[in-house]
Ligand binder design. Sequence first.
Ligand SMILES: C[S@@+](CC[C@H](N)C(=O)[O-])C[C@H]1O[C@@H](n2cnc3c(N)ncnc32)[C@H](O)[C@@H]1O
Length: 263
Amino acid sequence: MNDDLWAGLVDRFADGAYATVKGRVRTSVIHRHLLEHLPTAPARILDVGGGAGHQSFPLAQAGYQVTILDSSPAMLDKARERLDALPEQVRARVAFLRAQGEHAEEAVHGERFDAVLCHGVLGYLDRPEPFVEQLCRCAAEGGIVSIMTANAHTTAVQPALEQRWRDALAAFDDRHGVVLGLPGRADTPEELGDLLRGHGVDPVRWYGVWLFVDWLEFSGVTLDVHDTDRVADTIAVEYEASLRDPYRAMSRVFHLLGRKASR
Ligand SMILES: C[S@@+](CC[C@H](N)C(=O)[O-])C[C@H]1O[C@@H](n2cnc3c(N)ncnc32)[C@H](O)[C@@H]1O
């Protein structure tokens, strides 16, 4: 992955995508699921491809010790800038590491973490295998591995909602597309579950992430992020949908959690 690609995307991603109702839904729903599986704070969390810290700063605010590992200097600069706005005791719980996730174990000098997060990263890689192996290696025995990525079962949704019907027809059997202007690739919960198992991590549960807000966006609807009551109601609905079929299975992204076996 070329770091420069991310340098050009920092503002659009960190200030744009996350400043929408969809961005709020994503962080809120995933945060709630994480808290259901993580050990109580303080515990050590490694966020691989952690970007500007949108998912892991709330964990630092909840008392966790967070290390953000990312290959993009521009993303890490953005993360530092965002962290500067947080209270001193939160800042003290966050560390940054510039490294390729493919070499995560070496970059953290063999340290083992109570949870290893990897959200919105695998889809930008040609192959998930070497990366997933590193995530599993960095987890302590009994530790959590948390992956969020695009769902290969739902690749026709976006082109269909954008009424690109020929693209939609082709997308049923194609796991490649464009995400944030970059080539993207999707996986299935079943495939990633098998990969985790192969590296000593038992899949525990998987969830959807967003559904209705995503579909509304692709249908051309803009949701008001300043209407806080409505945003809270939206998050409550999306959380319920993330738990149950058929809704979770229709989400374009999934959140898979596994636990590393104790020897
Ligand atoms: C879409 S952003 C997701 C950021 C964060 N995980 C989140 O959910 O907000 C993808 C991040 O993965 C990082 N990344 C991409 N390839 C990587 C690699 N091979 N090793 C480490 N980080 C990588 C990028 O620099 C970027 O910060």
